[in-house]
Write a protein that binds this ligand. Sequence first.
Ligand SMILES: NC(=O)c1ccc[n+]([C@@H]2O[C@H](COP(=O)([O-])OP(=O)(O)OC[C@H]3O[C@@H](n4cnc5c(N)ncnc54)[C@H](O)[C@@H]3O)[C@@H](O)[C@H]2O)c1
Length: 359
Amino acid sequence: MTNSSTARIRFGVIGAGAIGAIHMETLNKLADVAELKAVTDTYLPLAEQRAAEYDIPVTHSSPEALLADPKLDAVVIAVPNQFHAPLAIAALEAGKHVILEKPMAIDSAKAKEIVDVQERTGKTLIIAQQMRFSGLARAVKAIIDEGKLGRIYNVKSGWIRKKGIPGWGSWFTRKELAGGGPLIDIGVHMLDLALHFMSGPRPVTVFGTTYAEFGPHKRGTGNWGTPNWEGTYDVEDLATALIKLDNGATLALDVSWAAHAAEMSDEPYIHLMGSEAGISYVGNTAKFITHVDNEVVTTEIKPLDDANERELLARHFIQSIQDGTTPISSAISGYTNNRILDAIYESSETGNQVKLNWN
Ligand SMILES: NC(=O)c1ccc[n+]([C@@H]2O[C@H](COP(=O)([O-])OP(=O)(O)OC[C@H]3O[C@@H](n4cnc5c(N)ncnc54)[C@H](O)[C@@H]3O)[C@@H](O)[C@H]2O)c1
């Protein structure tokens, strides 16, 4: 660590792909609180290319070399899901604070290993659930926190892409490297944001089913990622689940990379139904719904601001390091998300409801 608690945090980035590059761009905009000092990628020419693009002084030949660099305080980990846990654990053990891309880990056993090491080392770790930080999400959360919805008892959260399979045949569509399909990829965002809006109730039972009707036939492919047509597709392309929370509320989650669903938009949505009012959040809009004299009254919710959500996440992370506080989107919330994802996959395999034990 640097000497002063307000000194700029010196970052290295592990993984120089599409999302690693977005983190580099973000950190370069935060020159008042952050310095981007190093990068690495298993494909070294890409790391070198990014170093030139983003003016990064050092390119390390491996994550091990980057983590051994005493000039770094924190790392961003933006690699395929399979490598999240080993790299996050190695980073924490090396004394680095960590911004870890979502999903926290490929499964909940690996997520728990990260939780244990994070707690033992006391280093700051945040999961990159940047959707929590948008101006609109913060406006919605503020209304909920004022109690205007009353008791939120039913929530429908989802993201139904019609034609959005990322990188067919790449790591994205291989269970061994990704852990699953749209459920662990975009479903984790919708699960995380819904539970955040609901103020973090604990999941107690989960029933879910997954399907693969498009991917195995090379249909429904989208623009994200680079396809490898000789590769493998062994993950779902649609998942549906019902989650019961310890406060009695229900959360329905529906996600797909590809589906025949004409009247649903391709945008993320969360419908929060409360005893006094509701909020429907769809894409970049949100509406507040209440009943007045037995009439449905709907008003638009304005975003608090148009600040960049990834910049706010990084600033919140840095502030948490400096204050010694636990960030929102912490290791525990990432672990909770991974437990629900595991339970949905398990329920789909067995056909049974899965009970989650938290003792
Ligand atoms: N927060 C979001 O909204 C969001 C959006 C998309 C992807 N993601 C996440 O970001 C991560 C990266 O996704 P991407 O789209 O950038 O993938 P990508 O394939 O574009 O990039 C991954 C990079 O990691 C490198 N790599 C692989 N294993 C490595 C290792 N062990 N050490 C160092 N480098 C390694 C690869 O060479 C590649 O350059 C994934 O976890 C994904 O789930 C997050």
